[in-house]
Design a binder for this molecule. Structure first.
Ligand code: ARG
Length: 574
């Protein structure tokens, strides 16, 4: 695509001395008010160098560049050169970019194949996979898609919470009160009930605690019976998680969770000791980070068992050695900020220079209208139930809107739109903000929601169906495209948003912020709908029709590619 800022800088460079093209390019602005032009060049800074009043400089530049075919109009206003790009040129340039790149529009090769790890979701096995987990799962998946589009080689890791003393308790409880059939029928709820029962019983029978600890030690030593039970709990839990991942269309390259590092920690415990970073305290091993305002990090307990952070130290090293990552990204709630700060500090004290490439991407809490969740009080909202409810509610809305649609069509659409709505809602706000999950907001077809964007995509598809294959294929091939017909305000605004799309994707990647993409595709959808209402698209004038259909096709392409970056499908009909 033409880089307009660069083209403008080249032209201006011919009329000012002593400035590099790249310096000029950095000074070119995009005015807030489109009346001030598509681009503007402020001349204040040049006054000193050129020893001339800024308005005079602006006047000289404006006169110098105004004849170029890039522009429709160039004006000097005070110290500014305001430039209006030739709409025809701009629109036809954008269209040829979008329509030749198609599914690849928005992608780039800036990553140059460098390896980026995105770790996300990472639930704890035998614990509910609840609505709180949706954030890491969905934000992480979108960050993966964005980095993939930017030309990185992405490795998706699910760092399962599948290790720790709680498994001693669970096995202990299972042996006392457990039942195989119940676990198979409903693994997570059943295992959780054992875990809860253990905590009740241990009040009366403290010896259960010793028993659980012994069991965990056996597990750590890889004893057959304990390992088999643990493995079984893990497999059954994963089956439940996978059901949810399938609904969301999410996959991973690796499920190397905490247990994977159980034999990889001693090396680092030793290294921490040898380098004098770790000290003993009441039989435990700690790293004192008080001087950095980060408290105390517990590395091993007095009984020798390791902790969450110990496994994260081993995991980061394993990832560096295995993948030689360029970036190692952790999409984990902001509640764990201190954990990640301690962990990064320890990696840096150990002298690993790649610590700077390890990035914690935090996000805020999700709460429910009915009040906060609490596992202890049984106020758990399972993610799977939320997704099913979204599909159900969407089906009702669609049935109401299309009383004649076939039930198979409705099934498929309800899934795409219902689940998409939940995903979109997750990615709508700045990730760091806490937010309240509200059904009305999620499923509103007219608001700034997933259904709205998907519906707009389906609307584009419907226009194309009506236009007919012949016209669409000519438009797609830019055959006889006359962009004169695309200079109206609404067409031009839409083209401008399309032009910005690749920049938006790069920006979202740099900031680890999918909501930047979400907002932009809402803008595109709104802009398309304005165009759709303002203009008669399928006119009798063949040339005009082809031009307009090309713009519809381009908008559809951008919406589809944008939705894909969020992990959503783009339905052809709704
Ligand atoms: N399993 C943890 C939890 O549910 C999240 C794991 C985050 N990742 C990590 N490498 N520490 O809270």
């Amino acid at each position: 695509m033409v880089n307009f800022k660069e083209e403008i800088a080249k032209l201006i460079a011919e009329h000012v001395e002593g400035l590099e093209i790249s310096e000029i390019q950095d000074m070119v602005e995009i005015p807030q008010d489109p009346k001030m032009g598509d681009y503007a060049f402020p001349c204040f800074k040049l006054a000193k160098v050129l020893r001339k009043a800024p308005p005079l400089i602006a006047k000289g530049i404006a006169e110098g560049i105004s004849g170029d075919s890039l522009f429709e109009k160039v004006e000097q206003v005070n110290a500014y050169v305001n430039m209006f790009i030739s709409k025809e040129k701009f629109v036809s340039d954008v269209l040829s970019e979008v329509l030749t790149k198609k599914d690849d529009f928005g992608k780039s090769d800036m990553g140059g194949g460098k390896t980026v790890i995105v770790e996300y979701s990472s639930p704890n096995i035998a614990k509910p996979f609840h609505i709180g987990h949706i954030r890491s799962t969905v934000i992480g998946n979108s960050i993966y898609k964005i980095y993939d589009a930017l030309g990185y080689n992405v490795v998706r890791i699910n760092h399962l919470g599948d290790y720790g003393t709680q498994f001693g308790k669970m096995i202990c409880a299972y042996r006392h009160w457990g039942n195989k059939e119940d676990v198979i029928r409903e693994p997570i709820k059943t295992l959780l009930s054992y875990y809860t029962k253990f905590h009740v019983e241990v009040e009366e029978h403290p010896e259960l605690d010793d028993e659980a600890r012994e069991i965990f030690t056996k597990l750590e030593h890889g004893e057959k019976e304990e390992t088999e039970l643990w493995q079984w709990f893990r497999d059954e839990s994963l089956k439940e998680f996978t059901r949810v991942y399938d609904m969301l269309g999410i996959t991973f390259d690796s499920y190397a969770g905490e247990s994977f590092y159980s034999d990889k920690m001693p090396r680092f415990v030793k290294e921490l000791k040898d380098k004098g970073i770790m000290e003993e305290s009441q039989g435990a091993n700690i790293v004192n980070l008080e001087e950095y305002g980060l408290g105390i990090a517990l590395i091993t307990k007095s009984d020798g068992s390791t902790l969450y952070i110990t496994r994260d130290i081993a995991a980061a090293n394993y990832r560096k050695e295995t993948y030689d990552f360029y970036k190692n990204i952790y999409v984990v709630a902001s509640q764990q900020n201190l954990h990640f700060q301690q962990w990064k500090k320890i990696l840096s004290l150990l002298g690993y220079e790649w610590e700077k490439d390890c990035i914690h991407v935090p996000f805020g809490l999700v709460s429910l209208e009915e009040g906060t969740m609490s596992t202890r009080h049984g106020r758990v909202v399972f993610l799977e139930d939320v997704l099913n409810k979204a599909v159900e509610k969407t089906r009702e809305i669609i049935e109401e809107k299309n009383p004649n649609a076939s039930s198979e069509d409705i099934d498929e659409t309800a899934k795409t739109v219902g689940i998409g709505a939940v995903i979109f809602q997750e990615l709508s706000n700045n990730r760091i903000k806490d937010y309240v999950f509200k059904w009305d907001k999620v499923l509103n077809f007219d608001g700034e929601t997933g259904p709205y964007v998907q519906y707009t995509h389906a609307r584009c598809a419907s226009v194309l169906r009506k236009a007919g294959e012949e016209t669409v294929s000519r438009a797609a091939a830019l055959d006889g495209l006359n962009s004169e017909y695309l200079c109206s305000e609404s067409a031009y605004e839409l083209a401008k948003l399309l032009y910005k799309f690749p920049e938006v994707v790069a920006d979202a990647g740099e900031k680890y912020e999918p909501s930047i993409v979400t907002r932009h595709i809402v803008d595109i959808a709104q802009s398309f709908n304005r165009f759709y209402h303002d203009e008669h698209i399928l006119t009798d004038n063949e040339e005009e029709k082809i031009a307009k259909v090309a713009l519809v096709l381009a908008a559809k392409t951008a919406l589809k590619n944008g939705l894909a970056l969020l992990g959503m499908k783009a339905p052809e009909r709704m």
